[in-house]
Design a protein around this ligand. Sequence first.
Ligand SMILES: *Cc1c(COP(=O)(O)O)cnc(C)c1O
Length: 375
Amino acid sequence: MLIPNRLLMGPGPSNVSSDVLSALAQPTIGHLDPVFQTMMEEVKDLLRYAFRTKNAMTFPVSAPASLAMEAALVNLLEPGDTAIIAQNGVFGGRMADIAERAGATVVLLSFEWGKPVCNETVAHAVKANPHAKLLAFVHAETSTGVESDAADLCRIAREAGMLSVVDTVTGLGGIPVAVDDWLADVVYSGTQKCLSVPPGLAPITFSDKAIDTIKSRKTKVQSWFCDLNLVLGYWSGEGGRSYHHTAPVNAIYGLYQGLADLKAEGLEASWARHRAMHERLAKGLDDLGLELLVEAPHRLPQLNPVVVPADVDEAFVRSRLLADHDIEIGAGLGSLAGKVWRIGLMGQTAQAENVDRLIAALGSVLAEARRRAVA
Ligand SMILES: *Cc1c(COP(=O)(O)O)cnc(C)c1O
């Protein structure tokens, strides 16, 4: 089937470079082949670079990012534990659902969508629930385009003797992520956002403290596939790898190439590029009379929710952009459905020519939408 060449400016997947597409098309080899094992070690090293960590237990889960979320929570939580979960968008709610299914009692802290997690509220909740095992939150909320203060939230958890679980699916590669500086315990991401690798793999990293917690569990991890004790027989068994599941070999070629390209550009340069493209977009939107939803200090450069003007049909604009201009942008989720568009500038998508192409297309589609509304 012939697949169109879209410009992907939604909440992910982002555009994939021809470099990564070529890497994916190399011959499939065995998942225990020595050449592939060498690549696995290099992927782990490159992920340590991207996450800024020395954690030994750093590897890609063979699944989309939701399974890394699940792996983080089901490995740490046992029935009867308490988890404090901050929610300021869709993904915090998903964390709470997973934690409850793992038998934990969830203390859910809800914040306004479009605003960051309030650290003082979290600090109060941590004091009020001193026996909670962990604090989980989303660093970069893709549903609202908001960044929360991960370093300080990890500090609050640590000082109370709790583990921290950080979702940076949309953060990694686009804004600073510093697992070791944050002293974070479990941090996970995805490939299809700022790493610009096709969906289907989920980088994750565990601190030694997280590993100790998992090794001293009283009950088995409720999910066979996510049980870290079993997965590590494959991902950490240097010289003695054992079969757990058949790794998605070609997908890992793609991740290897995407991470190597990120390292060649440099993390700081990648963050600066995302920031510069965000500013270019904000200027273009302003020229079109459009407003960003989030206040400037908390904006994610890689995910920009734009307020839909009252006289414009939200879905019409997205469908014209796709059909006439081959540009995909995202719709609002949850309480923001119908109220915002979400414009992603993730990874390879974050280039000046792409921003300019979108602004030009948006200008003509908005004019068409308004003519249609009047007619
Ligand atoms: C995209 C995303 C996820 C889920 O990723 P999938 O690959 O779709 O499973 C989780 N958390 C956040 C913040 C995300 O943006």
